[in-house]
Write a protein that binds this ligand. Structure first.
Ligand SMILES: O=C(O)CCC(=O)/C=C/C=C(\O)C(=O)O
Ligand SMILES: [Fe+2]
Length: 314
């Protein structure tokens, strides 16, 4: 086996608004088993597809995709802070290969990332810098968003590059499934927040950071009491999505418009494009076998929470 994959929902709410102990233990077991499988695979290179939540990417310049040549996590919501171990020469070669393949991804030599990147690295690899990782940002909240088709093509191009390295490669996808936490939208905010979204939010004062986190926590507490206070979770759509990935039918998502996905499953569900990119990258190695599927709607985390592994059969 030369390539392994793990896709996992993330949540900034863990430790702030948690589900019952039995559910926490169940999720811990799912994550711990995935971490063990990854340790056995022992990746030489990790490619992490993840979104951002206006912590590193803003409307001053908002790329659809960005490949990090260097990256630092800010440590929002108690996630780990500090530099990732990005192998710059490999990341540069990857970016070049992606552009040559016709996918115009941006690059960043100082990528700032949040819990969307930090959480899978902590949970699945034991820390931000335990393995060499190429961070790949997929814009999942700041409209206009890339399509499923473009995320798939990005993943395919990165998968072909990763295969050419001859290394044991782990692909990670972070985020989703159905969910719509309160993330500000440029079209619906006042001038001050618009300024934040356009870039002044890059270094938030501590009191604003605190207020912003509290807004998400309060929304989760409200959602537990009334699951129509935000866009409801959509287990039916989530399970259909997992079926498509397991059965290597994710190309069927190419025809789905972004607005349709938002309506069906919530505006932050676009984070699942990280899963599509990761599966498309794995598929560049040949046939794959998916395993260890897990799904549970967890209102405390405002999340259709999922986890899925796969390995290449070559
Ligand atoms: O700008 C804000 O207030 C963003 C809040 C935020 O970071 C929410 C994140 C939620 C998730 O990452 C998620 O549920 O996927
Ligand atoms: Fe998120």
């Amino acid at each position: 086996m030369s390539a392994y994959l793990h896709c996992l929902s993330h949540t900034p709410l863990v430790g702030y608004v948690d589900p019952a102990q039995a559910v926490l233990a169940e999720v811990d077991e799912v994550v711990s088993a995935a971490r063990t499988r990854i340790a056995v695979f022992d990746p030489e290179l990790v490619v992490l597809f993840a979104p951002d939540h206006y912590n590193g990417f803003f409307y001053d310049v908002m790329p659809a995709f960005c490949i990090g040549m260097g990256a630092t996590a800010i440590g929002d919501f108690n996630s780990a802070a500090g530099p990732l171990d990005v192998p710059r020469d490999i990341a540069e070669a990857c970016a070049d290969a992606v552009l040559q393949a016709g996918v115009d991804a941006a690059v960043s030599y100082r990528m700032q990332v949040d819990h969307g990147f930090a959480q899978p690295l902590e949970l699945l690899l034991g820390g931000l810098a335990h393995k060499p990782v190429i961070p790949v940002f997929i814009n999942s909240v700041a409209v206009p968003l890339p399509s499923f088709a473009r995320a798939r093509l990005l993943g395919e191009a990165i998968g072909r590059f990763a295969r050419s390295t001859g290394k044991r490669v782990l692909f990670l996808g972070s985020g989703g499934l159905s969910h719509q936490p309160p993330v500000p939208e440029l079209a619906h905010v006042d001038a001050r927040m618009a300024d934040r979204l356009m870039g002044s939010g890059r270094d938030l004062p501590a009191n604003e950071r605190q207020a912003r986190q509290q807004r998400v926590i309060s929304a989760a507490e409200g959602f537990v009491l009334d699951q129509h206070s935000l866009h409801p979770l959509s287990p039916a759509w989530d399970n259909h999505f997992l079926d498509l990935l397991e059965q290597r039918r994710f190309v069927e998502l190419d025809g789905m418009a972004n607005a349709e996905l938002s309506t069906l499953a919530g505006k932050s569900t676009h984070e699942v494009k990280t899963w599509v990119a990761a599966f498309a990258a794995l598929a560049a190695f040949g046939d794959y076998q998916a395993s260890a599927r897990y799904y549970r709607p967890i209102p405390e985390w405002i999340a259709g929470f999922g986890s899925l592994s796969a390995h290449s059969l070559t």
